[in-house]
Design a binder for this molecule. Structure first.
Ligand code: NAD
Ligand code: TYD
Length: 337
């Protein structure tokens, strides 16, 4: 297939692009704004591969979108482009509104003009928190943060293009992803790098919040299944096989890195913090997908990847991230281990 992958220089987008080019022989054009979280280096494993083209640009810029479509003549658009960190959305929601609402609108218009298939990559966070039970695709949307509320806005706009214009739109909602190339603001890479550096491990509140973890390679395969076999107009959930409390994840990272339990610190809770996410994936399983990676094994591999790839995270940990970290956590990160 020929694909336009928006946000393909981020964590999951780059995983998906590597998978599609290597395992399916797809021709991929990546359109990415290269925000603090987007890095061309995330695609360096495909350097020199003629099946990959890269264009720097924002999805809310119709000229950049038109240029990317001209460059790659795609049959489908897969949209990963997003601001993705809940804490940043609480501190400054404006970019979230622009990228998720306006950006998704510009992409949908471009798809409509050219009758392209469209896959919107979304999140279980649009359903809000669930203390008991599991969300299905029919659960009501009840987002809690500016991140999840603007992601829900994008989903609803995408669905309206199916209902109103018959655009073949499919939405996939993933649970919490982990794996190589994840920006260290997120729980797992933050804790792994802090553990390795002897920095504090900041657990929000009591640490008993539960997340449903999916390896990014499994989520990427689910997106591929939905792209190839999903029904237009439908929503598919893709959750991982394991649910864990945050504090259990942090303790496991302490064991895997040989860090000290005394590094763990309970800090002020996140405002509006969702207590638990849990996702039923029966519908996407019926398309022939199932997760391959259990959390225990995937976490060990992820810790090993960060240990073995300092050239990936060193420039991040010495740049904008340090300023973000000091603002968010009220203390500076340590230096080299
Ligand atoms: P990420 O922050 O690592 O990557 C986002 C990418 O989008 C970056 O490369 C960034 O430069 C690009 N981008 C941001 N704004 C843009 C814009 N206006 N125009 C073009 N590019 C832009 O995020 P991720 O974790 O890889 O998430 C990818 C998608 O998957 C998002 O839509 C997110 O909501 C969704 N998702 C993420 C998770 C998770 O746990 N990380 C779970 C479920 C769904
Ligand atoms: P995060 O990786 O930000 O993903 P999301 O908020 O989208 O689920 O956070 C995962 C969980 O970890 C969430 O319950 C918040 C918690 N958390 C901490 O306890 N400390 C931290 O420093 C971070 C970044 C997250």
């Amino acid at each position: 297939m020929r694909l336009l992958v928006c946000g393909g220089a981020g964590f999951i987008g780059s995983t998906f692009v590597r998978q599609r080019v290597r395992e399916h022989g797809d021709e991929v054009t990546v359109l990415d704004k290269l925000t603090y979280a987007g890095r061309e280096e995330n695609l360096s494993e495909l350097a020199g591969d003629e099946r990959l083209r890269f264009l720097k640009g924002a999805i809310e810029d119709p000229r950049a979108v038109a240029e990317a479509i001209e460059l790659g003549a795609p049959e489908a658009i897969v949209n990963f482009a997003a601001e993705t960190h809940v804490d940043r959305s609480i501190a400054a929601p404006d970019a979230f509104v622009r990228t998720h609402a306006l950006g998704t609108y510009v992409l949908l218009e471009a798809a409509r003009e050219r009758a392209l298939r469209y896959v919107q990559v979304s999140t279980d966070e649009v359903y809000g928190s669930i203390e008991v039970g599991t969300f299905t695709e029919d659960s009501p949307l009840a987002p809690s943060s500016p991140y999840s509320a603007t992601k829900a806005a994008a989903d609803l706009l995408a669905q309206s293009y199916f209902h109103t214009y018959g655009l073949p739109v499919t939405i996939i909602r993933g649970s919490n992803n982990y794996g190589p190339y994840q920006y260290p603001e997120k729980l797992i890479p933050l804790m792994v790098l802090n553990a390795m550096h002897g920095d504090p491990l900041p657990v929000y509140g009591d640490g008993m919040q539960v997340r449903n973890w999916i390896h990014a390679s499994d989520f990427s395969r689910a997106i591929g299944h939905v792209l190839e076999h999903g029904e237009p107009g439908e929503v598919y959930n893709a959750g991982g096989p394991d649910e864990e409390a945050n504090i259990t994840v942090v303790r496991r990272i302490i064991e895997l890195t040989g860090a000290s339990e005394s590094q763990m610190e309970h800090v002020a809770d996140r405002p509006g913090h969702d207590r638990r996410y849990s996702l039923s994936s029966e519908k996407v399983r019926a398309l022939g997908w199932e997760p391959r990676c259990r959390f225990e094994e995937g976490l060990a591999d992820t810790v090993a990847w960060y240990r073995d790839n300092p050239s990936w995270w060193q420039p991040i940990r010495s740049g904008e991230y340090r300023e973000y970290y000091a603002r968010q956590y009220g203390q500076a990160l340590g230096q080299a281990p």
